[in-house]
Write a new protein. Sequence first.
Lengths: 308, 647
Amino acid sequence: MRITSANAFETSLASLQRRQSQLGMLQQQMTSGKRVLRASDDPAAAAVAERAMAAKARAEAHMRSLDASRTSMQLTESTLGDSGELLQQARELLVSAGDGSYSDSDRAKIADQLRGLRNDLLTLANRTDGAGRYLFGGQGSATPPLRDSAAGVVYDGSAGQLNTTTGEISPLSTDGRATWLQAPDPSAPGSTVSVFDALDTAVKGLLTTGQTGAQIGQLVATGIGQIGAAQDNLSSWRARAGQALTRADAIEGRLSQAKIDTEAERSGAVDLDMVAAISDYQNQQTGYDAALKTYSMVQRMSLFDYLK
Amino acid sequence: MAAANLVTVGLKAMAASYAGLQTTGHNIANASVAGYSRQQAELATAKPEYSGSGYFGRGVDVTTVSRAHDEFLTREAASAQSLSAMDGARLNQLKKLENVFQPGAGGLGDAVTGLFGALVDLSTRPADLATRQVVLGRAGDLASRFSNAAATFDDIQSNVNGALQAQVADVNRLAQAVASANQRITAAQAAGQPPNDLLDERDRLIGELSGKVQTTRIAGTDGSISVFIGGGLRLVSGASAQPLQWVADSADPQRSAVVLKDSSGTTPLEGDSLGGGSIAGLLRFQNHDLVDGRNLVGQLAAAIGGAVNAQQLRGISLQQPLGSAATGPLFQMGSPQALPRSTNATSGTGAPLGSVALSISDPTALRASDYDLRESPSSPGSWQLTRLSDGVVTTVNSGDVVDGVQIDIVNAQPGDRFLLKPVGPAASGMARLLDDPLDLAAASALTATTPSSNAGTAVVTGLTLTASPLPFPGTSDTLSFAALVPPVGGNDFTYTSSLTGVSTPWHAGQPVVGGNGYSLTLTGVPANGDVLNVDPTPANALSSSNGNANAMLALRDAALANGHTATDAWSQALANVGVRVQSAQSAAEISSGVATQTEESRSAQSGVNLDEEASRLIQYQQSYQAAAKVLQVAQSIFDTLLQAAGR
């Protein structure tokens, strides 16, 4: 085949440029650490990476909401633990009030202590999670959910609980009415006992003067029974919070595994294998070098050089 | 035999050698000129002279100067160049389009993920103003990325328009030049010898023309060449050229079209029938790739924006007075467009008589496509809708809903035709409408509770509003469950709404659809006689309620875009455009390889090799010297003769 001079120049120039652009592309990949910079570099891998990135971002967001749920449940658990202790104290006080040798004024003192415990409990029941949400606000309450009223403590929140999503449903709050005001009454199946009503009734009873020993005995027995029911109820809600915490640990395990997996998936799809890239680059460099050398040698040759 | 004959032989030989030297010199001078064909002085032995002792040669004649030219290879090279230019032009534009479909952190998908991430936080802390502000920020980011994408599409379109205008001007200039070359060639040819350099020039012009639009050529007997484009449209005939004209597309005035103007009027050039050339590449990109790209992004914008807006309007904001429904949607999107053809019937003032109004009824059913609406050719008076992405044809009447869009046809005239763009404009000017974080409707309008008297284990884990506004605003609904013994059709309960009195068969795992525009998800199983109360969310609970935030968040996993989640739809769009660029890239590589090869074959035949010319130079130099020697000998013979005669 005839080679024409102008075309020979064009062709070798074009192949030099091609080599140069390949080198440039490899260099871009190496500096960015990515094999896929544009979707067209590997459309399937780009789509895989895009889904993996979304999945990773989802796991991260879920971990944030899991933290919120966990904080709330930890506080709930410890609050209910504290409340249980306060109720135990109340129970012991009430037992001591049954002592036949006590006078009305002794019982009044105990009533005073009981009232203090009751108010402490109300404070605990209206605790927040530190971010303004009431632990026992149920499905939401803008004000302290358990409120003193003429008819005793009433519930201002909305029954039920708030949930957030962490891939599964995680609680953000606890139903304050069921926890504090609706302990199943063991003495009257089907009816319920309010922690505060029980204490209020006991306080009122102890403050009544001139009661017989039998009346006091009855008062103490009823009070202890009701406080016991409230204690059982609080423990069962405390156990639920503990359960939620255990579940949170399991969810966290799954989420962090998902984070690792999705990151690995993304990286596998679009990141650059640096070792392979470096060896590729050196290969290309050698090729470019050889191309330059042959170009300079071939293009230097001309018959005119020999016609002197 | 006269000595004069020898002088003639020597002179002719010198002239022939000189002609050889001159063409060689011309070749060397033009070695780098594009399209130049190597020339050669053609020599022939002169007619001999008869004498009694035989024929004596009378030397050599220069018959003509020919060019090394192969018609077939020249055509081949031009048509390969044509394909290569088409693929190259399309690839260049596709690369710009690909910038919109950016993977990773700068892309649209990332903005979608960002918004849903912020909604997770809103679900956790619905009352927190900072969290609400972040949601607004992410929503604004999403909207501006969409509107930037739309602006990039507009930029690309106006670039295409500009490029096509320039190409059309180039074609007209080249066609004119071919016509005038024709004229000069015809005149020169009449003198009897081929005007080689002019022929080269014309070939080069036609080659350049083929880079813009694929040509076919037919040679005339007078030496002129007629050039045809687009499967038989005459662009150049003899000494006259028909102009191409850039016009706005009759279906969509934003787009470009190219027409050929001749005595009979204008003929539009369809991108698909042009065969090759950069104009074909640009038109193909504009009419397919750019439209698809716009629709892919538009579908996402309309689906995400539409679904989030609908959910926002179902919720309760934190604005005072507490408890009123959200006042406004979160996003503004570009409205669907229905463009009348420029050929539609018009009134006296030139305004089209008929019109089509589009409204989106279900954003999640939208398709990434334009539609062609025209009177059915088979049954006049009824309308035929063609989905342009896949060619599916449906018959529609005014008011019908197709692919989530309601189509209202008003006063359309026979023969009218419309281009419908339900999603194409959606991303244009997409913006966040809400500025006050309190306006975000995180709270649910309704709250479901289970009374403690329930004996079963059923608990409400999710409440979604399905209607806006509510059928019975401010009203409570109680659902009472009754066991079905024995179960009927797999259902073992019925539930009855106190509001509507409607009883619905049910089994565990199914959603419970109540009488006040809501749907509940239950876990556990109710007992016979259990009830669920669904009440308007009390004012005190509104600031902590996250029901609507959870519902917005659920859109993340919902089939928003015609059966796919937003993330999936985006990934698919990304891959779709990536594959286009990738295949356009390999098409361009292949066709440019073919173009290089055919150009190599053409130039192997026609081009100048300097080594060859160097050896010719020596060859002709030597023959010139030899011829001069002949002349010298002839002269010395004369001298001898004269001396002898002079004695």
